[in-house]
Design a protein around this ligand. Structure first.
Ligand code: SF4
Length: 204
């Protein structure tokens, strides 16, 4: 992972008053990622919601509750403290709309710096917009689920594409159930890879 001398606190400070895109006008506050630093596993979603903005961390609402249940489920069992979660954009959009491409692009440098600080060995890409604008893969998430490689200046990191748990919260009961099963299946594959990650290189 590209070395960054910045700490997460320094990054947060640098972006606390950011106006690089229009979302700087609508947000109540910037909601950076949350979790362990460094973390073996980084989850990348699309945007923050109202509860996230109120609480000040991503996945603070029902989607976060579902995510916690999935991580704790049998044959997944990934400790929540091994996970760091962030978004393509870190400012809430008016009426909770999805971010525009220009906003995603404006926030990309912040995302890359955040990933460099967290230094994950496995990425989980949640949903269509991160699939398209982070991995550069077009298409629906359900069709594109599975393993990819995220290549960056200093190397590459395996990345698994799956549905955002938020997508399994609303809709017809049969569709909710189907999506939850897909998500659970995906997280079993992610957990298998997570458990076989090589040990962290020792410093010094
Ligand atoms: S979403 Fe990102 S680029 Fe846009 S104002 Fe917020 S921190 Fe800045």
């Amino acid at each position: 992972m590209g070395a960054s001398m910045r700490t997460l606190e320094a990054l947060q400070e640098a972006y606390a008053a950011c106006q690089r895109c229009a979302l700087g006008q609508s947000r109540a506050r910037v909601v950076f990622g949350h979790g362990a630093v460094p973390a073996p596993l980084l989850l990348l979603a699309e945007r923050i919601g109202g509860t996230d903005e109120q609480v000040g961390r991503p996945f603070a609402g029902p989607a976060g509750e579902l995510l916690r249940r999935i991580l704790a489920a049998p044959q997944v069992e990934i400790p929540f403290h091994d996970v760091y979660i962030t978004n393509l954009v870190v400012c809430r959009a008016p009426a909770d709309r999805s971010p525009h491409v220009a906003e995603i692009r404006a926030c990309r440098e912040r995302l890359l710096q955040e990933i460099a600080v967290v230094s994950p060995r496995l990425l989980v890409v949640l949903g269509r917009l991160p699939l398209q604008y982070f991995l550069g893969v077009k298409g629906g998430v359900e069709r594109q689920r599975g393993w990819y490689t995220w290549a960056h200046a200093a190397g590459s990191v395996p990345a698994y594409v799956t549905l955002n748990p938020a997508s399994a919260l609303y809709g017809e009961p049969h569709d909710i159930r189907r999506k939850k099963l897909l998500i659970y299946e995906d997280w079993q594959a992610i957990a298998e890879a997570y458990r076989t990650l090589p040990a962290e290189p020792q410093e010094g």
